[in-house]
Design a protein around this ligand. Sequence first.
Ligand code: IVH
Length: 753
Amino acid sequence: MNESDDRQRLAALRAEINQHNFRYYVLDRPAVPDAEYDALMRELEAIEAKHPDWITPDSPTQTVGAPPSHAFETVEHQVPMLSLDNAFDADEFAAFDRRVRERLGHDQPVTYLAEPKFDGLAISLTYEGGVLARAATRGDGRRGEDVTDNVRTIETVPFRVDLPGDSRIEIRGEVVMTHASFAEINRRAERRGEKVFANPRNAAAGSLRQKDPRVTARRPLHFFAYGIGAAEGIEAPETQSGWLDWIERLGFAVAEHRDRVEGLEAAQAFHASLGEKRAGLAFDIDGVVFKVDSLADQQRLGFVARAPRWAIAWKFPAEEKLTQVRDVEFQVGRTGALTPVARVEPVAVGGVTVANITLHNMDEIERKDVRIGDWVRVRRAGDVIPEIIEVLPEKRPDDARKIELPGTCPECGSEVLRDETQAVARCTGGLYCPAQRREAIRHFASRRAMDIDGLGEKWITLFLERHLVEHVDDLFRLNRDDLIALPRMAEKSADNLLASLERAKETTLARFLFALGIPLVGSETADDLATHFRSLTPLRQAKVEDFIEGRGIVGIGPKREESLREWLSAQSAEPSTPLADRVAASRPHGIDEQTLERVTAAFETVGDLARAAEQGQLQNETITKVPGIGPEIARSIVAFFKQDHNNEVIDGLLDAGISWPAPKGPVEDAPLTGKTFVITGSLPDMTRDEAAARLTALGAKVTGSVSSKTSALIAGEAGGSKLAKAEKLGVPVLNAEALARLLDDPANIIADP
Ligand code: IVH
């Protein structure tokens, strides 16, 4: 090797080893076996031994671990990352095609490369000597953010590609998230009470812009390359499609549905055909991008300010259709809620025939002023659930009828009540109402609940009609003779159903709780309850206070707390001065008499109040003790277990032999069992009680004072004496950020004290 080869190889090796260090040290997810890493290191050492003056302090041979992350520095794009012009229909696309031909000065059909318009976020990957050197977001097109560390966690972004040592190329494309991953991430977020993402695009963007690459690494992202930016030391092909084939050969994912199309008609056909495939794709696309295939022609066409003249994004139309409302029926759900459902003239929307559209509740009917006979514009929201967008008043027939809430339940005739504060109307029939019973049993048997295979609506209705089953516990008392006596029940089906019931008896506490159909308790909440209570008995006995606790002083919010602080700072009284006296002498502003009385009743001296104010304990707030359970759910749970008839059914189920694995020992297998924490100071994202509840749920103990046995002190702002003590005793101190990471991934963070 000559000197210049050595130089290039040295740079490439350093870059690659740094990537492996990052994967190994930061992500805990090495990309290559140790032997391969060692070989790279040896090669680098050999070159450095040959040229000792090339050794720099930042060479991987001289450093340990991973270089510090340079999250979100600004990166200047060598070639701006442009936007695309849009076409919204075939005419606009035809106009674009015409302009292209005019500018090129011919009237031959133009060949375009057609591919999906991915609905994610654009990034640019720079490879130097074939090694990924930098990844940047589009930003404002000229300057983006450096997201290299995060992009390195994306499986479909190669670290190293087979390119000459002196080459430098920018691969551009889109980072997307699949529908399935999006749903999973939102499920997880919901379970933790965190904010959910509105759509996969936001989820992808949010995941890529995480400060901690380990978080990004847990979010399944995909990268699709669609072009190149700056390129040096690489022989360019003659066409856009040539570039894409080349990029694909390098090892990147490119659009599977891409094609060269010649002329207007072929372009339109591609657009129509991809539009049909759209609903079945794993990720969102929102149109077709057409790019003039010849790179020479692209050059001739050039750019306008923000977009190339040689490309266009032909967007898919939002799936909207007109149809007519034939009737509105009210369905009775498991909790008795009456849901109005519009029966419309069947119409195809986004490849699916829509005949029934929920109107949710009477408020929505009134707001949209939907009447029977109306023409309505419908769409599939998020391309899944059909909805009525609006009524077309100009097409309203003279005999259109207003929709009235029925006074009695359409299924059982019981009175229907509509709570003034709530939009929902409910059947008051309770378990007398066959619809409510049917839905309760259906819910009980459903997949995420007891998962009773083969127990569908048809059988449930029949069991109810024949009075074989009234409540869910009766299911387990069905016998073979009862079943085979039923019409259309073959012996084999009866045996299968009995076997499913038998299998379903072995379940989990979370499934069982979900199956009970406690109002407001969905499967995520049921998980939270099972994690916290670990067995049924304490949950059945729980009081509202076991879930939530009121804190601070009623009537004090952030503003009044501030007024009190101001008042305090204006007082020159001794801390031991009785508060009532001081208040009588000088009244704090903006606090009404009643609230002020509560304050003086709660604190004896000025000093007591000052301490509470300093520790942020004045504001009235509700503290949740069980993660994920707010006051409304808590009240609903307690009310449910108070009802005798619910307890009878639960006992019946337990008698029938429903069981779940007993929790092992005292929170033995929870990740933080045996750890003791102390919390001090104020945390930005949660109250101390919330933090304590979440740690306890993970098996930890939370105590009030720091000792040598404390595993760690969680210190927010203004830690004070506890912080000093922890430091003296050498107890590890975690800040808010470290706490968040600990709660997120308890196994990974904390070492034994
Ligand atoms: S080409 C100069 N191709 O659309 C051409 N962009 O509206 C620049 N996008 O920021 C882009 N799929 O994030 C191109 N197949 C595709 C694309 C695509 C999605 C995005 C890209 C760009 C935006 C412009």
